[in-house]
Design a protein around this ligand. Structure first.
Ligand SMILES: [Cu+2]
Length: 139
């Protein structure tokens, strides 16, 4: 049954079976050839009554995925490493350019637009969800 649910998650790219969390619009920005880092973005809806948090992301394609937040301080844009991204009950958190994002070292070969990459999101309550994130050119 778990396997079936996982399959369903893979085909729809969206799950709400696990504590009311739904992961949507996951995508990875295609990087120029030779770029050392790639970024990924997605939206997480927490439809449950429980606060939760994103505490890590893993992928067979990317050996190490970090969670970052971009911010501008005194006119200087910089990125800060974060250990967790809070997902308040009945809230929605968007990882988007200019804010929270996933950052990963570019593997060799480098994933390019049109490919899809599996990302597994790990949550503070012990749950996890897998999504297939397409690689896209910068919109
Ligand atoms: Cu970053």
């Amino acid at each position: 049954m778990r396997f079936l649910l996982a399959l369903l998650a893979l085909t729809t790219g969206m799950v709400s079976a696990d504590g009311g969390l739904a992961v949507q619009n996951a995508w990875i920005r295609e990087a120029p050839p030779g770029a050392s880092m790639m970024a990924a973005y997605l939206t997480i809806d927490n439809g449950s009554d429980q606060d939760n948090a994103l505490v890590g992301v893993s992928s067979p394609t990317f050996p190490r995925i970090m969670m970052h937040r971009s911010e501008t301080v005194d006119g200087i844009a910089r990125m800060q490493h974060v250990e967790r991204i809070a997902l308040p009950a009945h809230g929605s958190v968007e990882l988007a350019p200019g804010g929270y994002h996933l950052m990963m070292a570019t593997p060799d070969p480098q994933p390019v637009a049109g490919e899809r990459v599996a990302l597994t999101l790990h949550f503070a309550d012990g749950g996890e969800q897998q999504v297939m994130a397409p690689v896209k050119k910068k919109p």
